[in-house]
Structure formats: C-alpha cells, structure tokens
Write a protein that binds this ligand. Structure first.
Ligand code: F0G
Length: 456
C-alpha cells in the first residue's frame, strides 16, 4: 500500500474485525444482514491492535489538525480526517465523500437562559451536506459497499437515512433502494431521495415494518444494507464526538444530549467517547443521555420497566417523524453506552418538542422536530437535578430546519395541535407563534403589521 499523501508516517491505520455485542464471537467478515452468525445479535467493529499499543494521542491530535489545511478529498472530509480510528482502506482516494462533518458548535445563549444554564452548546449535524447527521456514517458505509463490489444499496428509513444514502450512492455510481413508511415521512426528505435518483418504495407499514422487510430482502437479493445495523455507519457517526472534542480543545463537556430513535447515533457517540478515553485522547467520559418522544419511548420503558435487560417495544406515534420508531434495533448498544457513561434517558411531550423547536429557531439556528427533543429533555434533566446549572452541556441537533417545513408552518398557523392537546400550554405556545399574514399591498397595511408586532 502506498502511503496517503497527508498520512503521518508514524500513525498506523486501524485494522479491524467484527465482534458480536451479545456472545462476543469475532468475525473477519460480516454477513449481508450484519448479524452474528452464532446468535443473531448485532455486530460492532473493534480494533484489536489498540489493546497492545494504540496510536499515540498527541500524534493523532497533531495529524488531524494538520489535515485541516490539506486540500486532498479525504482530508477535506470531517469524517476521513480522523481515519486512524476508522476501519482502514487500501486507498483513500476511493472514498465517496461530499465533505461531510466539519459541522459547527454553536453557543445557545437564549436557550441557556430559558433552561437556567450558564452555558449551552449545540453541535449542529443538520449542517451536513444532505442536512442530517446520517452523512457522517454514510460516507464510510457507502465506501465499503462499493469496495465490496455491490451495485445496489438499500435502507429502511424515516427519511433522513434515505436522503443521505441516495446522495452517497449517486456520488459513488451505485444504485439505491429506499423503503419508507407511506405517508409518515416529510416531503422534503422524500424529495431528496427522488432527486438523487433512488428507487423509492412507500410501504403500507411503519418504519419498524420497513426495517424488518429490508433485513429479509438483503438475504435474498444482492443489496448492501445501509441502516445503522451496519456497523460501518456507526464508525462514521463516531466522528461527531471526536470533532466535538477537538472543537472543545479536548476538554470533555459534562453532558452530551442526543435524540433517540433506532438508537444508532447514541451508540456511535458513546462508542467514540469510550474509545477516545481508551486511547488517551480525553481523560474522562461525559454523561451521554438520550431523549425520546413520549409516543416513541421504547428505550425509556426498556430502562424503567425492563431494567435495561429486555426491549419493551411500543407502537410509535409522534409528529417528530424522524424518531417515530417503536422497536429500536440498537437498543442493547445504547443501554451499554448509557450505563458506561452514567447518562440517562428521558421522554418529552409533543407540546414540549414544538416549544423547544421554536426556541432553537429563535436563536437563528433552527432544527427539525426530532432534534428539538434535546432542549426539551434538558429542561427536564435540569429540573430533576441530573444536570447542574454550571455544567457544560452539548445538545446534538441531528437535522436541519428545512427537513420538515410542514411542521413549522402548521405550528405557526396554530394547526399543529388539537384544542385538548395544547390545553395547558396554550398561552405559552400562542406567544411563540408568528403566523404569516396575508395583507393588501399597501404601506398602511405593512406599517400596521409592524406596529402590532412591536407591541407583541
Ligand atoms: N434525529 C433525526 C433527525 C433522525 O433522522 C433520526 C433517525 C434520529 C434523530 C434518531 O437517530 O435512529 O440513530 O437513534 N432517523 C433514521 C432515518 C431512523 O431513517 O432517517 P437514531
């Protein structure tokens, strides 16, 4: 293998294998459905050489920093820049990249005040090329799909995975098959999949039904599955946490708060934190907490009622359609990282989600409803005393505001909730609404609108 132009000579690339999270069996290759050949549970990617001697943390930090001024494609990616902690490739010129990652860490001053926190930060993964955190995982998994010689990739999705997969497949010259629940994903996300040329099937079922079907399909047809069951996805998504630590000068925050759906992202972030501590990149673990919608609270119930030992699936229902998932595939991985980091899991109502979304929007940042659960959840964790006011908290905003304009417009028009639903919260919500006005095209009408707004 010829060394990559910007690889530091003394930083080795990561050799990896697959390890079953339940029985611990180790495999050099994975089957089409990415499940353990012995017990059927999920696989994760491990780097056995790190046990003997991991890469030097200071060399890693310096190498990653140096790549920020490089112009080669793998270095311009906010994922492949960290390739020493990712599965190794023969040739880094082969990566399928849209310059994913490199997302901003914003200070949320108004939301900090609302929650009573001194500081509050948001890592905005909605600033990725297709508008969600999925891109960081997709660049890795799509690259390995093409390297394995697949002509088709496929996923089940609540919308963002399919948008991302379709884009990376298109960039890589691979065809893509999308399975989405009919009528249950936003038009913006569906339109992305169509624009990027995916074969798109709207199935008469929910997300969980789509995923079940995909898992069967990949055993019958040569389709490479790109859901977060695929451990390459999680390796890419890990870099969110690495980039965050770099942005914080390698000083870990006290808490990281992330939305939970199929639970791949929380598992990936937790894995990154644990590995970073193992490698000496950080000295302690932040507490990683997961927030779910009340109507899609399988992890909350699994921890409260099942002691984290058995999954309690639910029939999912929430307007935050990205996390409308009742049978999360990565629940065991998520339970493990919550326990390991000392984090918790909380649920929030539909009204709380809508309110938090407007508050994040009012900072000039915006996000999709599923991302807003983080701020809504933080309010609860502060009240419970789990988060202290002077602690550092990073909210992970997973999707861009433009992903679900219907939700935003319905909220501001007062059409999102029924009378009973927003009963108690009515006054608080009414103050936040800014419905668009239809006016005569006269100066008086516009000045009148300005004056009414000034007084409100
Ligand atoms: N936030 C957004 C915007 C999402 O799209 C998703 C998941 C999540 C949070 C939850 O992440 O599943 O890793 O726990 N969306 C998937 C999809 C399921 O198909 O787009 P998770």
């Amino acid at each position: 293998m010829s060394p990559h132009p910007s690889s530091a000579a003394d930083v080795r690339q990561a050799e990896f294998h697959f390890r079953c999270i339940e029985c611990g069996n180790v495999f050099q290759t994975a089957s089409q459905n990415f499940r353990c050949a012995s017990c059927g549970d999920l696989l994760e990617i491990n780097y056995p050489a790190w046990k003997k001697s991991g890469p030097n943390p200071e060399t890693l930090k310096a190498t990653w920093l140096k790549r920020r001024i490089s112009t080669c494609a793998a270095d311009l990616s906010g994922v492949w820049r960290f390739r020493e902690v990712l599965p190794s490739l023969e040739n880094y010129e082969q990566v399928i990249t849209l310059r994913e990652g490199n997302t901003p860490l914003y200070e949320l001053t108004q939301s900090a005040r609302i929650t009573g926190m001194k500081h509050l930060l948001a890592k905005h993964q909605g600033m990725n090329p297709t508008g969600s955190f999925k891109d960081t995982g997709m660049t890795v998994a799509a690259t390995f799909a093409r390297q394995a010689g697949f002509h088709w990739v496929g996923c089940a999705s609540t919308g963002n995975t399919s948008a991302s997969m379709a884009a990376y497949a298109a960039r890589g010259g691979v065809r893509s098959l999308v399975l989405v629940p009919e009528g249950k994903i936003s038009w913006s996300k569906l339109s992305q999949a169509l624009d990027y040329g995916a074969v798109t099937c709207q199935l008469r079922t929910d997300f969980d039904g789509c995923l079940r079907l995909l898992q069967e399909l990949v055993l019958r047809a040569p389709v490479y599955q790109l859901n977060s069951i695929n451990p390459f996805r999680l390796e890419g998504q890990k870099t969110l946490a690495i980039e965050m630590m770099e942005q914080l000068g390698w000083k870990p925050p006290d808490h990281i708060i992330v939305p939970g759906g199929n639970l791949g992202n929380s598992s990936a972030i937790g894995k990154a934190l644990i590995e970073m501590r193992e490698l000496g990149l950080i000295s302690r673990l932040p507490k990683l907490s997961v927030i779910q919608a009340e109507g899609a609270n399988a992890l909350v119930r699994t921890l409260r009622e099942g002691g984290g030992k058995r999954l309690i699936p639910v029939q999912a229902e929430t307007r935050a359609t990205a996390i409308r998932i009742g049978n999360p595939a990565s629940w065991k991985k998520a339970v493990h990282v919550l326990q390991e980091t000392g984090g918790t899991c909380e649920e929030v109502s539909e009204v709380e989600i809508a309110q938090a979304k407007v508050e994040i929007g009012a900072e000039g940042i915006g996000c999709e409803p599923a991302s807003a659960v983080t701020l809504a959840g933080l309010k609860k964790l502060v009240k419970q005393g789990f988060v202290q006011r002077e602690e550092t908290v990073v909210l992970v905003l997973t999707g861009n505001l433009l992903k679900d304009p219907d939700f935003t417009i319905a909220f501001h028009r007062g059409e999102l909730f029924s009378e009973e639903e927003d009963g108690e919260a009515k006054r608080a919500l009414a103050k936040l609404r800014r419905p668009p006005m239809v006016l005569d095209a006269t100066l008086d009408a516009v000045v009148g609108a300005l004056e009414r707004a000034e007084g409100s």
